[in-house]
Design a protein around this ligand. Structure first.
Ligand code: 8YV
Length: 321
């Protein structure tokens, strides 16, 4: 049987590359391709499938050049804000993502950030690496407790719900803001707040899990940050675009926020270096799904989608049906 010809636009884990070698006709890149280059390769190689990650932007202009032999764009991510989905749909392309397989991993990262920001992990680490020699007094260098606090979750999809499950283990009260209220079996005791603004004053910690969209762009801004109680903690494992970073930096500087934990930024990897100068921020370079197990599973899931479509079968994770 001939192998499906695909273009791989992103660097992948070894196990995923091995499977591509076995099951597909593809060239493995040693760097991430931009959208334009990826599309040119699709045309040159007469590929049926294109595998990307969040780092390859597929604009309407790029997608408009898609040849008829291209059937599927599979992104190795749950988020798809890097793809002009409306243009892909108009072009008749199948677009798939990789939900489920990264839910727990990303929720673990959100909890890592909640704990690290609240408990001043970055500053403690710095202190040790500088060769701690001076004992701290009982009232010095204190963080904030996480157990028993109220956690607000913006976006109660799969990842938001997985964060809530973890928070229950910490005896936290869970509030959530979402486009729709969840059924009781998924709520598991979390309180639905129809009004995001009304939820904010009740949150000791706010963790965002909504996709980047016109609706959520800058939803965390000077006004909404001011609605949090003074000294709250903010955590973002979703997308930088949800945040007005000027306002976030100001809130971290003036004490409106006690601390923040950030895995994502408006401009990646060129993140605003002022964050790196703030002691009360715990920073990660967009690593929410970055475990061996999860990145392998994401790659395999993207390949499963491509294999299905190239074999004339329905995709597993289509963005629309
Ligand atoms: C990936 C992500 O790190 O799934 C997503 O939406 O942002 C991440 O899991 C990303 O796709 C790698 O570029």
């Amino acid at each position: 049987m001939t192998k499906a010809r695909i273009v791989v636009a992103t660097r992948l884990p070894v196990a995923v590359v091995e499977r591509i070698g076995r099951d597909f006709d593809a060239i493995i890149p040693d760097h991430d391709l931009d959208g334009e280059t990826a599309l040119q390769d699709v045309i040159a190689r007469q590929a049926e499938g294109l595998l990307v990650s969040g780092k390859t932007k597929l604009t309407a202009e790029v997608i408009g050049q898609a040849p008829d032999h291209l059937k599927i764009v599979a992104t190795c991510s749950v988020g798809f804000d890097h793809i002009d989905v409306a243009a892909a749909r108009r072009r008749g392309l199948v677009v798939t993502n990789t939900p489920d397989v990264l839910t727990d991993c990303t929720a673990d990262m959100a909890f890592l950030l909640i704990l690290a920001a609240s408990r001043r992990a970055a500053e403690y680490e710095q202190t040790m690496r500088k060769g701690w020699r001076q004992a701290f007094g009982m009232g010095e260098f204190l963080g904030l407790s996480v157990s028993g606090k109220t956690l607000g979750i913006l976006g109660m999809g799969r990842i938001g719900q997985a964060v809530a499950r973890r928070a229950r283990g910490f005896g936290m009260t869970i509030l959530y803001s979402n486009r729709h209220r969840l059924p009781a079996d998924l709520e598991q005791g979390a309180e639905y707040c129809a009004d995001f603004d009304a939820m904010l004053p009740r949150c000791d910690i706010l963790s965002v899990h909504a996709p980047a969209s016109a609706e959520t762009d800058g939803i965390i801004n000077a006004r909404t940050l001011a609605l949090l109680p003074r000294g709250a903690v903010f955590v973002n494992t979703a997308r930088g675009k949800l945040v007005d970073e000027e306002a976030l930096i100001a809130a971290l500087q003036n004490g409106q926020l006690f601390a923040a934990g950030l895995d994502v930024f408006r401009d990646e990897p060129q993140f605003d270096l002022r964050f790196a100068t703030l002691p009360n921020v715990f920073l990660c370079p967009h690593m929410g799904s970055a475990t061996v197990e999860t990145r392998n599973a994401m790659g395999f899931r993207a390949l499963d989608n491509i294999a299905a479509v190239c074999a004339g079968k329905p995709p597993i994770d289509p963005l629309w049906r």
